[in-house]
Design a protein around this ligand. Sequence first.
Ligand SMILES: *[C@@H]1O[C@H](CO)[C@@H](O)[C@H](O)[C@H]1NC(C)=O
Ligand SMILES: *[C@@H]1O[C@H](CO)[C@@H](O)[C@H](O)[C@H]1NC(C)=O
Ligand SMILES: *[C@@H]1O[C@H](CO)[C@@H](O)[C@H](O)[C@H]1NC(C)=O
Ligand SMILES: *[C@@H]1O[C@H](CO)[C@@H](O)[C@H](O)[C@H]1NC(C)=O
Ligand SMILES: *[C@@H]1O[C@H](CO)[C@@H](O)[C@H](O)[C@H]1NC(C)=O
Length: 421
Amino acid sequence: MTMKLLTVLVFLVVCFAYYGFCEKLSYSGYKIIRTYPENEEQWEAVRSWEERGVDLFSGNREYANLLVPPQLLGKLNESMIENGIRTSVEVEDVKRIIDMEKVNEDKIVEGRLEWDRYYTLADVHQFLEDQAAIHNTIASTFVVGMTYEGRNMTAIRISKSGETRPAIWIDANIHAREWITGAVCTYIIDQLLNSNETEIQSWLDDYDFYILPITNPDGYEFTHTTDRFWRKSRSHNGSPVNCMGTDLNRNFDFHWMENGGASSNPCSNTFAGTAPFSDSEAASVRDFLTSISSRLVFYLSLHSAGQYILFPTGFDATPIPQYNTYMSIGNLAAEAHGVRHGTNFTAGSVYNLMYTATGSSMDWTWSALGANLTLTYELRDKGEFGHLLPPDQIYPSATEFMDGLKVIIAELSNGIPDVDP
Ligand SMILES: *[C@@H]1O[C@H](CO)[C@@H](O)[C@H](O)[C@H]1NC(C)=O
Ligand SMILES: *[C@@H]1O[C@H](CO)[C@@H](O)[C@H](O)[C@H]1NC(C)=O
Ligand SMILES: *[C@@H]1O[C@H](CO)[C@@H](O)[C@H](O)[C@H]1NC(C)=O
Ligand SMILES: *[C@@H]1O[C@H](CO)[C@@H](O)[C@H](O)[C@H]1NC(C)=O
Ligand SMILES: *[C@@H]1O[C@H](CO)[C@@H](O)[C@H](O)[C@H]1NC(C)=O
């Protein structure tokens, strides 16, 4: 082996091990392949590709989308045919869609965002500081905690009561690559502070809001600098092959690592962490929510994609005591979300609609804190662009989201029973 080749190899190994030293990944030649496994054996065959460098990207109980590097496309095709698994091409040219995304390059002036582009972490934090300064009698920023890499988890509180009213918590981008979620979240903040709609303004007379648009700042920053598809935190977890990061939405202490609802493999995208709350981001959210738990009436977490309105649990099929209440609120919200653009949202439990998922922030908040209402959204779309939702869909996503949020808050104000009547 020549020295040059060796150098290249060493560079590649280091590069894969510590992504941070690499160029931004271009995803040239990658495709997103949708697979339709029909039995446990076929699911196993699909899942086994994760160990071979294929990202199990998104999906539910009916299909799994795989992010496939060019050099594996042929082998993957063969294997799917061998196993009798139906496939289709979801995204023909991943790089082309990444290139369509627009990230803001202008300076943020007086907290004004445009919902036709995505923003960096610094811009989102600037927006929060500016809005808090403009509305300083009712709004202020606060730091929920520090990330593994030492960044602030900056949030905004909006309270006319001196923090004595029922509390609503909203978070987004706990999964770094789900950019649409932070974008919709900033729109919610903007509407709470700047909208002229009397209905929205009346919420501030009834509730205190605590909103964390970027729950995973290290991961979010990494999606801008290096790997657009990064999902997890950026913690080192002792993996011998230097796989990094914990799926923060599997790191909460609700049936942690039970029932196949998360992975113990540090290289997996659903790695649950080394223990419940092993990652500081999850522990910080836990501590803050606990501090407001006596007032916490509504916990809302924004994810993408799939267009689902999800409620507890992701652990098993046992219906929660408020199942019918949640289902009816979800259906009413779905109807409202669809009015503007016909977008089809579907309501149900995580377990029923998506897959088994344990250790989520919602399930923990529901069970440990007994918040009256706990919802997780999967925003647009249904897989066509997935995590790469084009910027011209930000504004329609945000406005249709507000339509359903109005229904939910109206239902909340009627009271959420502990058990179905
Ligand atoms: C794999 O199959 C898809 C269709 O499912 C096709 O578009 C693609 O070209 C195939 N790739 C290779 C390398 O054979
Ligand atoms: C983090 O938050 C603290 C407290 O608000 C602030 O003093 C500090 O400047 C922030 N750090 C960064 C990097 O923004
Ligand atoms: C609210 O009303 C003011 C005054 O009419 C207007 O300048 C502002 O643009 C309106 N804000 C929104 C968000 O529509
Ligand atoms: C909306 O989605 C649900 C569940 O995926 C499906 O059953 C229904 O047919 C869809 N409705 C429309 C109008 O597409
Ligand atoms: C939330 O639950 C508490 C305790 O059960 C109850 O007192 C309160 O009225 C409920 N609030 C709402 C908005 O349902």
